[in-house]
Design a protein around this ligand. Sequence first.
Ligand code: ZN
Length: 158
Amino acid sequence: MIRIGHGYDVHRLVPERKLILGGVEIPHTLGLLGHSDADVLLHAIADALLGALALGDIGKHFPDTDPAYKNADSLELLKQVVALIHQKNYRLGNLDAILIAQKPKLAPYILEMRQNIADACHADLSQISIKATTEERLGFTGEEKGISAHCVALLIQA
Ligand code: ZN
């Protein structure tokens, strides 16, 4: 049995917040706004994993009305999602994600993001694909108002 999931997330860029993507703190003049650390990439990944097993989304599992998740480390949230997947007798086959940001240049940080995600998913680096693109200055990502991320993930019954 294999199951496919899709995740999508957006966070607004604002001053005086850290920019954390894939568990990597990236030097930038703006950061992402959110109740947790606003790691848009990890949120899209967690939603893809949950979606593959029709388990809802991270908003359902970690509500932003719950003070326990204020400034939460999204790598920890992802680890909890992976534990749930394992509990349901599934493991990650592979995942493929895209970060959409006009700035900053993300290429230097991609390998470290993949390693963080592989560790959180108990997976090999070869199972984790992260790509980054711009939207050619179009739309909210192009105008640097926010960053979005997509992810598709394949789960395999253990
Ligand atoms: Zn989010």
